[in-house]
Design a protein around this ligand. Structure first.
Ligand SMILES: *Cc1c(COP(=O)(O)O)cnc(C)c1O
Length: 225
């Protein structure tokens, strides 16, 4: 109890300072508490301290926790298998991990069946690491243009993961590039596209990500451990 409360104070202070450095208010940055390693009791404690957005990287885990706390915003942040699409559409606030064409088609199809919009972020592999999921930055134009054809899928921004490194400064160029990609395409008015969110920054590097323009930060261990 005390631990989460203390951690949250530290995180909030860092968010405030980093937002200030980027000329914004802390209220413009949403903390997504990544609850993948903790139980529902810890989620409830964090919610009682004012957190409303939670992130999970597995569909089944997200659905279980959501059943206990349906009023919260549940974000899917991990890789989504196409066979889980039918379970997740309509039950998540935002999918951060649209990382391939096949998945876009399946999400759109499912949204049409349910008659619901499917809000997603495009995950970009900015660092170019072999093992990382995501579209290549060079594919972004094509993905946004293709979105014109979607009937249910709606693109609300971009997401990336920086390489794990003990020095958060090494992540800065990655975050800066995502911000610049957003700027490049934000005034082109593609249909079904509104690039308002930049989901970047985790426990290690969220302050740097916010300095570079993040407005969704995904924080797990720094909050819960
Ligand atoms: C686990 C996870 C996070 C949070 O990582 P921490 O280092 O614990 O803050 C953020 N984003 C994704 C996609 C994750 O899987």
């Amino acid at each position: 109890m005390q631990k989460i409360k203390y951690n949250l104070e530290v995180i909030k202070n860092k968010i405030e300072q980093a937002a200030f450095k980027s000329g914004r208010k802390a209220s413009e940055v949403t903390l997504v508490a990544v609850s993948k390693t903790v139980d529902i009791e810890a989620v409830k404690r964090a919610h009682n301290m004012g957190i409303n957005d939670f992130g999970e990287n597995r569909v089944n885990e997200l659905l279980l926790k959501r059943e206990s706390l349906p009023g919260l915003n549940w974000h899917l942040i991990g890789r989504l298998q196409t066979n889980k699409v039918k379970d997740i559409v309509g039950r998540t606030t935002l999918i951060h991990s649209l990382d391939r064409w096949k998945l876009a088609q399946e999400l759109d199809k499912r949204g049409i069946v349910l008659g619901e919009e499917v809000p997603v972020l495009i995950q970009l592999n900015v660092s170019g690491e072999e093992q990382k999921a995501g579209f290549e930055p060079g594919e972004l134009r094509e993905v946004l243009a293709a979105a014109e054809q979607f009937k249910a899928l709606r693109i609300y921004g971009l997401m990336t993961m920086a390489p794990l490194d003990s020095d958060p400064e090494r992540a800065r160029p990655i975050f800066r590039e995502l911000f610049q990609l957003r700027q490049k395409f934000s005034d082109r008015n593609y249909r079904n596209v509104n690039l308002k969110y930049l989901s970047m920054g985790m426990s290690q590097d969220f302050a740097v990500a916010i300095e570079e323009g993040a407005n969704l930060v995904r924080i797990g261990s720094a909050l819960f451990h």
